[in-house]
Design a protein around this ligand. Structure first.
Ligand SMILES: NC(=O)c1ccc[n+]([C@@H]2O[C@H](COP(=O)([O-])OP(=O)(O)OC[C@H]3O[C@@H](n4cnc5c(N)ncnc54)[C@H](OP(=O)(O)O)[C@@H]3O)[C@@H](O)[C@H]2O)c1
Length: 295
């Protein structure tokens, strides 16, 4: 598989590296600036680095567009003008979570197989590709596209050691919102925990080792059964007075966290009701308490 990477950032470098170690040939690395293209080229052991899409050789099988989503359509449009590309043998995908394969329509019109190929993983800016790489094994890729495009996506995902998650185009933004919940909201929750732990001023310095066992158990329990089955704690038991006490202390020691605590307490109440561990009237008492705090 001859692969050209367009967009020499975190995603392009990491996916390119895995493909290269699994037998694909990286035939070109194209980026906005020479510096990024050269850095990624060195990492991927590809000498053909450029800021011009014309550097992509004719016998390329796959172009992976890993630019920011705002540049994907422009890149796709510019690729159609590269006369030496053999579009009928070419597959083109982009890594954006929010865009569908529609962003690549001009290439599909030229005969290329097109698909979206969103790695369902976090590639943090402050982390190097080598640090991110191990986290990308066995992940899902959110895809949509033509029948042939989805089939190529399956082959590509397999080559990367992952699997495809076929997402209906009309659900793409909702899918991306779910990814935000899984990654960014979880990270924000950890930051909140870090702040709450800081306010506790205990004998321990770092919050993570303290909370890691309970967080790992919550993840493991939910994975093994379901979120509803694994819910424990005061809301699941309908402990209105305990929850009221929590609100008082959050208001006192971290008032900026009251909206977060209220929103998540309301969702936890809905979950406890769905679990069947509290009756409707108890849930109503909890909702009233939450409303009284936030109003
Ligand atoms: N970061 C994540 O967690 C994550 C996860 C899944 C999917 N994605 C998606 O993957 C894509 C890439 O994300 P990333 O995190 O790898 O971004 P990134 O690190 O910012 O890299 C994007 C690269 O694209 C290059 N670029 C910008 N405009 C270009 C253009 N017109 N032509 C060619 N190259 C161009 C930039 O080049 P220069 O450096 O030369 O300016 C940069 O190196 C995005 O669509 C993103 O939504 C990201």
């Amino acid at each position: 598989m001859n692969v050209a990477i367009v967009g020499a950032g975190k995603v392009g470098s990491v996916l390119g590296k895995i493909l290269a170690t699994r037998g694909a040939k990286i035939v070109a690395v194209v980026s906005r600036t020479n510096a990024s293209a050269a850095r990624a080229g060195k990492y991927l052991r590809c000498r053909n680095v450029s800021t011009s899409l014309a550097a992509i050789p004719p016998k390329t099988d796959l172009v992976l567009i890993a630019t920011p989503h705002s540049a994907v359509e422009e890149v796709a449009y510019k690729l159609t003008a590269i006369a030496h590309l053999e579009f009928k043998r070419l597959s083109v995908c982009h890594a954006s979570g929010t865009l569908t394969a529609d962003a690549l329509v001009p290439l599909a019109k030229k005969g290329a197989s097109v698909f979206s190929f969103h790695p369902l993983q976090t590639f943090p800016r402050d982390f190097g590709p080598a640090e991110i790489l191990p986290t990308v094994r066995g992940i899902y890729y959110g895809v949509d596209g033509s029948k042939k495009g989805i089939a190529v996506a399956g082959v590509l995902a397999k080559k990367l050691g992952g699997k495809v998650l076929v997402v209906k185009p009309e659900m793409r933004k909702f899918y991306h919102a779910a990814c935000v919940v899984a990654s960014n909201h979880l990270t924000t929750m950890l930051w909140i925990l870090e702040q709450m732990f800081g306010a506790l001023k205990t004998n321990e310095k770092k919050f993570f080792p303290v909370f890691e066992p309970i967080m790992q158990a919550a993840l493991r329990n939910a994975a093994r059964t379901s979120p509803a089955k694994s819910l424990s704690g005061p809301i699941a038991r309908g402990g209105v007075e305990t929850v009221a006490g929590h609100f008082e202390s959050v208001k006192k020691f971290a008032p900026e966290l009251v909206p977060y605590f209220a929103a998540l307490s309301a969702e936890t109440t809905r979950l406890a009701e769905a679990k069947g561990s509290i009756e409707k009237d108890r849930a109503e008492k909890l909702f009233n308490l939450i409303r009284s705090i936030t109003n």
